[in-house]
Design a protein around this ligand. Structure first.
Ligand code: FAD
Length: 424
């Protein structure tokens, strides 16, 4: 049983290029930098991946969860994976394949060390060696999400029934509220989930554009309650993250759509950034820019049942440069103050000091701690990638000030599915 293996078998981690929506979550999550990408694919380097599974729960599509038992010397290289349009068919290991050429020196009988090693590897439990900042499970009372109902190979066609700008016309930030209708076809969604949009046309290599992901801005029962539709909050990308001019393929396509145009949709995606379903659950929502989309969806879910007596407390921290660059500013400010506690952090409002969401979390420390002490409270953070560290620091500071140990509370929030991040 414990004899040395004649052949080194690898449980190779692969990403399905047909399902992957290139959201970069896996590459950011991987603690050992085993995941990389080119303009075609996201791939896993077999020489680096240690199978720690850190990337698996955050992947919104499940495309990351593919494994092949391979003789290590035959593992698919990074370069090979870059060229894939689909996953290759599974190959039988030499020991299990009657037609394959035995590997020199290997015992290829079914009870051989090689097939035993393969079984052991296949059944090997995930080794957790990395702790992400947010939870990898949904809140205990979240409704069951449907995911991947529509795929690249079989997308759904939706019709645009609304498209209008929700930021001041005189601002640089061109953010649109887009309503898509699914007609008679099922597209069940929950607040916090996202969908993928397949922009028409091809990229510089002549390949169809890959899908881009957008969070739902409407609640589960539709942008208009009882209708089979949903809404998105899309920012027109006109410059890259470094500020250089760029023409975002999908965001410009979406922002330019007219009523009655059709769009190819895949998804839904997401099984953890979901709201609690039990009565009197509180939500702390922290967002910037289009990160407000899931917060709008959750807030609207609460607003529609405002008279039911089921609602807990809502506390919103919302950051933008100016009021006029805040999507949905007008409707947001019309919500009753006893329904939602709104805290606006403006970083470039003329005549006002720069404020960021983390500043306001510290300003409202007592109320935040009060909510955090309640096990019915869930926290959602969505928006710019860079906001995670600042928000975590602020949450740590306010809990420490109140005499609590943040490292313990943080772990409890993660374990109980009560702290969620979605940044891009
Ligand atoms: P691309 O053609 O892909 O990129 C053009 C250039 O712009 C590239 O240089 C790229 O690096 C840069 N770039 C890409 N994204 C951005 C950005 N957001 N800001 C500045 N520069 C960028 N976007 C929304 O507008 N609303 C949402 O609700 C939303 N939800 C998302 C949810 C998830 C889980 C994820 C992963 C992303 C989400 N996004 C959302 C981002 C969205 O998927 C696209 O990345 C974005 O619209 C840009 O796509 P594009 O095709 O227009 O740009």
């Amino acid at each position: 049983m414990n004899a040395p293996l004649p052949v080194d078998v690898l449980k190779q981690h692969l990403i399905d290029p047909e399902i992957c929506i290139r959201c970069n979550t896996c590459e950011e999550t991987c603690p050992v930098d085993a995941i990389t990408h080119d303009s075609n694919n996201y791939v896993v380097d077999p020489d680096i991946c240690n199978g720690c599974m850190a990337c698996v729960p955050p992947c919104p599509t499940g495309s990351i969860d593919n494994w092949r038992l391979m003789v290590r010397s035959e593992a698919y290289s990074v370069q090979e994976q870059f060229g894939w349009e689909e996953l290759p068919k599974e190959k039988a290991l030499p020991a299990a394949s009657p037609t394959s050429t035995p590997i020199e020196g290997a015992d290829t009988s079914l009870d051989s060390p090689l097939s035993q090693a393969a079984e052991t590897l296949a059944a090997a439990p995930a080794q957790a060696s990395f702790t992400p900042a947010g939870a990898s499970v949904p809140p205990w009372s979240a409704a069951h999400p449907y995911v991947n109902l529509y795929t690249h190979k079989a997308p759904m066609t939706a019709t645009v029934v609304g498209n209008y700008r929700v930021t001041g016309a005189d601002t640089e930030s061109d953010i649109h509220h887009i309503v898509l209708d699914f007609g008679e076809l099922p597209f069940p969604v929950l607040e916090g989930q996202s969908i993928g949009i397949l922009p028409p046309g091809v990229d510089a290599q002549g390949r169809p554009h890959h899908a881009r992901q957008y969070s739902l801005a409407s609640p589960r029962d539709g942008e208009r309650a009882g209708y089979n539709n949903l809404s998105l909050t899309v920012k027109r990308v006109t410059e890259d993250h470094g500020g250089a001019a760029a023409h975002g393929v999908c965001s410009n396509y979406l922002c330019d759509l007219a009523k009655n145009d059709t769009v190819q949709v895949i998804g839904p995606f997401g099984h953890t950034f979901l709201m609690p379903n039990h009565p009197r659950a509180n939500l702390i929502m922290i967002c910037t820019g289009t990160g407000s989309a899931p917060m709008r969806a959750m807030t609207e879910r609460y607003r529609r049942r405002i008279d039911s007596g089921e609602n807990g407390r809502l506390m919103l921290f919302f950051g933008a440069r100016t009021e006029r660059e805040l999507p949905y500013f007008g409707p947001l400010m019309k919500l009753p103050r006893d329904f939602i506690d709104i805290n606006l952090a403006l970083s470039r409002e003329p005549g006002q000091p720069k404020r960021y969401v983390q500043d306001l979390i510290r300003d409202r420390a007592a109320q935040v701690c009060d909510l955090l002490a309640d096990r019915n409270t869930c926290i959602y953070v969505c928006g710019l990638k860079g906001m995670e560290v600042g928000v975590l620091d602020a949450l740590r500071d306010v809990t420490m000030q109140s005499g609590q140990d943040w490292s313990i509370l943080h772990e409890v929030l993660r374990r109980e599915g009560r702290l969620h991040f979605e940044t891009y």
